[in-house]
Design a protein around this ligand. Sequence first.
Ligand code: NAG
Ligand code: NAG
Ligand code: NAG
Ligand code: NAG
Ligand code: NAG
Ligand code: NAG
Ligand code: NAG
Ligand code: NAG
Ligand code: NAG
Ligand code: NAG
Ligand code: NAG
Ligand code: FE2
Length: 496
Amino acid sequence: MRFAFLTWLLPVVLALPQYNDGYQTVDSSTQPVQIRLSYQGPTAMMVSWNTFAQLHRPTVYYGLEPFFLYQVATSSDSSTYPTSLTYNNHVNLTHLWPDTTYYYLPAGSNSTVPYSFRTAKVAGDPTPFSVAVVVDMGTFGPLGLSTTTGVGAANPLQPGAHTTIQDISQQLHTFDFVLHPGDISYADAWLKEEIQQYLPNTSRVDNPTVYEHINNAFYDELVNITAYKPYMVSPGNHEANCDNGGTTDKTTGIKYTESICPVGQTNFTGYRNRFRMPSQPSGGLENFWYSYDYGMTHFISIDTETDLGHGLLGPDEGSPEFSGPFGLMNQQLTWLQNDLASVNRTRTPWVIVLGHRPFYNSAGGICTNCSAVFEPLFYQYDVDLYFCGHSHVYVRTAPVYLNQTDPNGLNNPRFTWYVVNGAAGHYDGLDTLQYPLMPYTQFAQDTDYSWSRFTFHNCTHMTLEAIASNNGSVYDEATLFKNRTCNDDSWKFPPW
Ligand SMILES: *[C@@H]1O[C@H](CO)[C@@H](O)[C@H](O)[C@H]1NC(C)=O
Ligand SMILES: *[C@@H]1O[C@H](CO)[C@@H](O)[C@H](O)[C@H]1NC(C)=O
Ligand SMILES: *[C@@H]1O[C@H](CO)[C@@H](O)[C@H](O)[C@H]1NC(C)=O
Ligand SMILES: *[C@@H]1O[C@H](CO)[C@@H](O)[C@H](O)[C@H]1NC(C)=O
Ligand SMILES: *[C@@H]1O[C@H](CO)[C@@H](O)[C@H](O)[C@H]1NC(C)=O
Ligand SMILES: *[C@@H]1O[C@H](CO)[C@@H](O)[C@H](O)[C@H]1NC(C)=O
Ligand SMILES: *[C@@H]1O[C@H](CO)[C@@H](O)[C@H](O)[C@H]1NC(C)=O
Ligand SMILES: *[C@@H]1O[C@H](CO)[C@@H](O)[C@H](O)[C@H]1NC(C)=O
Ligand SMILES: *[C@@H]1O[C@H](CO)[C@@H](O)[C@H](O)[C@H]1NC(C)=O
Ligand SMILES: *[C@@H]1O[C@H](CO)[C@@H](O)[C@H](O)[C@H]1NC(C)=O
Ligand SMILES: *[C@@H]1O[C@H](CO)[C@@H](O)[C@H](O)[C@H]1NC(C)=O
Ligand SMILES: [Fe+2]
C-alpha cells in the first residue's frame, strides 16, 4: 500500500504550476471564502467553500507537509440556488490516512500558508478526545448579535465580551471537531431585524439579499474554526425558510408568513446546498440524518424538523411552514432503528445523538412529536446522550425515560441523558427558564451565552462542560459513568 501511494506522486508533481497560479493570480470572484470541512469516514474529508463565481472544476491541493501540497483532488460540485450570492463548492479528499494531519488549499486561494485538518480516528480507537458543540448560533456583529439591539430585543453582548465564535477560536486546541445541531446563521432573522429597526427597512418582499448577506457574514466569521476543524451540522427550524416561522410587525399589524419567501429561501434550500454531510457511508439522507464513528463514539445526527415518522408531522412540516418531507414515509425512523441496531458497542461503546429540538427541557419548546417517535429507540438501544438546543438556555437533566428520572443519576444510568444548550447566541438573545424547573433538571441557566464540550475519556467516562462564551470559563461540569468493560485490547493499529 505504501508503494501505491508513491505512484500518485508523479502526475501530481507535474501539476504543480497550477498550484502556484492559485495564489499568484488573485481573482476575487473565484477566491475561496467560508471554507469548511466535514468528515466522510476516517479516510476522507470534504472540503467545502464558497466563491462568487461558479467554478468549472473545484480543486483542492493537499499533502502531509505544509510547503509541499503534492496531491490534487477535483470535483464538478459547484452549485448555487435562486437568491444566493455565492456558489457552494465541494471536493471530497479520499484515500487519506486516519488520524493524520493534512495541509490543504483550495485553488484560487490568496493565502500563502495552507490550512490544515486532522482526519478522524478509526472506530474502536480508545484514545481520549473532545468535541465542541454549539446550537442556535447566528451571525455576530452589525447584521446579528452585537452590543446593541433593535427595538424590543434583549440580551445584547456586553461590551468587550467574547462571542461564542471568538471563544471557540481561542480554544481551538481543546477539541477535535465541532457539532452544530441546528439554527445556523439565523439569516431568517433579517425580517425581525428590519421590523425592530436594527437593520434598514428594505422593501421586504422585493429585496431578499439581506438574508444572503447574513448567511455569508456568518460563514465568513466561522472560517478560522471551520477551515481547521470539521463542522458537522443538523437541520434546525431557522434553516427551513426566510420568514423565521412567521414574524409579526406589531406596529403595522402585518403578519409575515412563508409566502414572502422567494424561491431559494424555502424548504431548507440553502442548508442542502452548503453542506455535504457523510450520509452516503451511513445510508442516511443528505444533511438531514446520518451517522459516523469517531474513535470510541458513534455519532448520530437526526432531523427533528421534518420526516419524523409514525405519521407525525415535524414542526417545520405542517402549515404554515411548508418544508419537507425529504424521505419516504418512516424512512428516517427505519434508518435510525437499523443504524442503532448495527452499532458494535464493543468497538464504539458511546452512542451520542444530536438533534435540534428538546425532548426534555425547563424552558418550554419540547417537541412531543419528536420524543414520541425517537425516545423509545433511544431507550431500546441504550443511547447515552441526546444533545440539542432550540431553546436558548442551558438545561442539564438527569437521565430520563418517559418523564421518569433514572434512580442512578449519572452513575451508570439505564436511561438516556438529555442536555439542552441553545445559548450560543444570535440576534434574538436568550430565552427564559420556566419555574418551577422540571423535576428531572439538574442544572440550568438563562443569563449567559455559552457552548459545550464533551470529553470522552475512555469507554466508561465522558465529561460534559458548559462554557461561558464571554470569558471561556467552565460554569457547569458533569461526568457520565457507564459500567462496562473496555475492550481496548481488541483495538489494533488500523488495517489500511
Ligand atoms: C485574501 O482575500 C480575502 C478576501 O478577498 C482578503 O480579505 C484577505 O485580506 C486576502 N489575504 C491576503 C493574504 O491577501
Ligand atoms: C417597511 O417596509 C414595509 C414593506 O415595504 C412597509 O409596509 C412598512 O411600512 C415599512 N416600515 C417603515 C417603518 O418604514
Ligand atoms: C482569522 O484569523 C486571522 C489570523 O489570526 C485574523 O487576521 C482574522 O481576522 C480572523 N478572521 C476572523 C473572521 O475572525
Ligand atoms: C467522500 O468519500 C468517501 C470515501 O470514498 C465516501 O464514503 C463518501 O460518501 C464521499 N462523500 C460524498 C458526499 O460523496
Ligand atoms: C404532531 O403530529 C400531528 C399529526 O401529524 C400534527 O397534527 C401536529 O400538528 C404535530 N405537532 C406539532 C407540534 O407539530
Ligand atoms: C421540499 O423538497 C423536497 C425534496 O426536493 C420535496 O420532495 C418536497 O416536496 C419539498 N417540500 C415543499 C413543501 O416544497
Ligand atoms: C465488535 O467489535 C469488536 C472490537 O472491535 C470485535 O472484536 C467484534 O468482532 C465485533 N463484533 C461484531 C459482531 O462485529
Ligand atoms: C412528559 O411530560 C410532559 C410535560 O409535563 C408531557 O407533555 C408529556 O406528554 C409527558 N410524556 C410522557 C411520555 O408521559
Ligand atoms: C476512565 O476515565 C476516568 C476519568 O478520567 C478515570 O477516572 C477512570 O479511571 C478511567 N477508567 C479506566 C478503565 O481507565
Ligand atoms: C466568567 O463569566 C461568567 C459568566 O458571565 C461569570 O459567572 C464568571 O464569574 C466569569 N469568570 C471570571 C473568571 O471572570
Ligand atoms: C460494575 O459492574 C460490575 C458487575 O456487575 C460490578 O461488580 C462492579 O462493582 C460495578 N462497578 C461500579 C463502579 O459500579
Ligand atoms: Fe430552533
